[in-house]
Design a protein around this ligand. Structure first.
Ligand code: HEM
Ligand code: HEM
Length: 165
């Protein structure tokens, strides 16, 4: 069981937003990696931009894995707040489930990416499938955060911006 706290620490907030920014980078520019891989198979030339973005994809992806592992250790050690109680109970269950799914995706996607990089398909196809799953989850998550903050007015977004300790 994770210790229950009143809010997130500055480390947890910092890690949340850095990881979110890096994941968005991967989702926006990941196709360069696919382009470079496909070109290598066909012996075709690639643009220097795609080459640079593919190389960034590799290192940003591994950084996400390292930061998420640190984040999970911080969460286990320092705890996390309970989901907001302002909405119906299905919303609390959905919040917990989506946060767990985020952590599973954040660990699994870079590992499957590594398998795709070194062993090719079917790992490449599975890795690419994580893209729409991530996009749908992020959209629901961001809308839910805004709904909590501005409709239910329970300070949910604020607690991911202002540290409690
Ligand atoms: C959370 C981290 C990551 C995210 C969100 C992510 C996301 C993506 C996306 C959106 C694509 C393009 C898919 C498409 O063309 O439709 C892609 C392709 C790819 N990524 Fe990642 N990636 C991550 C981490 C990594 C890591 C750590 C590696 C390797 C070290 C990696 C290796 C690859 C490879 C090899 C491809 C090409 C797949 C193929 O050949 O079809 N990725 N990734
Ligand atoms: C790639 C993007 C994102 C990822 C991977 C992500 C991931 C997560 C995860 C895993 C948690 C659970 C934290 C924990 O209890 O350990 C969380 C919480 C939270 N996220 Fe995000 N997030 C992303 C983007 C966003 C955006 C764009 C917003 C705001 C619009 C946002 C607002 C929040 C808020 C307010 C919480 C706290 C929820 C609560 O206290 O119950 N996140 N996020």
């Amino acid at each position: 069981m994770t210790k229950t706290t009143l809010g997130y620490s500055s480390y947890q907030i910092g890690l949340h937003w850095i990881i979110a920014a890096l994941v968005l980078f991967q989702l926006f520019f990941g196709e360069s990696m696919t382009t470079v891989r496909d070109a290598a198979e066909e012996g075709a030339a690639v643009s220097p931009t795609d080459q640079t973005l593919a190389s960034a994809h590799y290192w940003v992806g591994l950084s996400i894995l390292a930061l998420v592992l640190i984040r999970l250790v911080v969460r286990l050690a320092s705890g996390a707040p309970q989901p907001a109680r302002s909405g119906p109970s299905w919303m609390q269950t959905a919040a917990l489930a989506s946060h767990h799914l985020f952590y599973v995706l954040l660990v699994a996607t870079p590992i499957i990416g590594l398998l795709a990089f070194y062993f090719g398909d079917p790992w490449g196809d599975i890795h690419s499938l994580n893209k729409p799953v991530f996009i749908v989850l992020i959209a629901i998550h961001a809308l839910a955060a805004l709904f909590h903050q501005f409709w239910l007015r329970d300070g949910t977004l604020r607690r991911m911006l202002v540290p409690s300790r």
